[in-house]
Write a new protein. Sequence first.
Length: 245
Amino acid sequence: MIVTVEGDVSDQQAHELAERLGVELIAEPICSSDSVRLRYRDGVLQAITVDQSGAEMTVSADYVEYASVQRRRQAQGELLIKAVQGRHRGTLTILDATMGMAADTMLMATMGHKVVALEKSGWLFELVNDGLQRAASSGLTDLPELVCAEAVAWLNQHSDRRFDVVYLDPMFAETGKRALPKKNMQLLRQMAELESSGEELLAVAKSRARLRVVVKRPIKGGWLAGSPNYSIKGQRVRFDIYSVS
Ligand SMILES: C[S@@+](CC[C@H](N)C(=O)[O-])C[C@H]1O[C@@H](n2cnc3c(N)ncnc32)[C@H](O)[C@@H]1O
């Protein structure tokens, strides 16, 4: 995946982003299916890539809707929340070890849980961080803490960190059965493969969770590794729960 930042050297925000990511700052945009181009438009960081049909798609992170009371009510009914909370009613500390575009991270944070989210891709981290900063400026509270890091390496470096729940949503395998997926998911599918094996990720997650590890899988997908204690099934996804205590 080739990542570039669009802008010229006088554009300080673009220049700083390119430096943080260690990628080229280019004035003339290149866009192909194996590249992602980042640019600021009206103060919003956008990622532009090309989908399977050759059409350009633009993605940015917007979390402002998460502030609404209605969103909080909806979140309560989500299977993810049921899987993560179990019968627990208070605030949980949660590690979302595979953040992606942070939809799940934000759902968990919306319910008042203290969430730390890890993402190994630098540009994806920047995209989410940009959305989170705009949400914070518009008064949104209960925000997650974001870290740009590979999960197994980060957990090994922070051997003292423990969380009530560790949540894992590694990349879904392509089934080829559905039409084009939603654009955020399509973008995530263009990400690099898992760097750690499922076994390694689950083992380290279990060693740091006080209550449980929750793994999101496609409804017909296999287990990430080893059999869970139980699963909560939706129409398209399943949450496998590995109890720790
Ligand atoms: C399917 S997406 C997660 C989607 C996310 N749950 C959401 O709601 O947007 C998987 C993400 O995990 C990241 N990832 C995969 N393995 C990782 C690892 N070992 N450490 C950190 N991030 C990882 C990928 O880069 C990708 O962005």
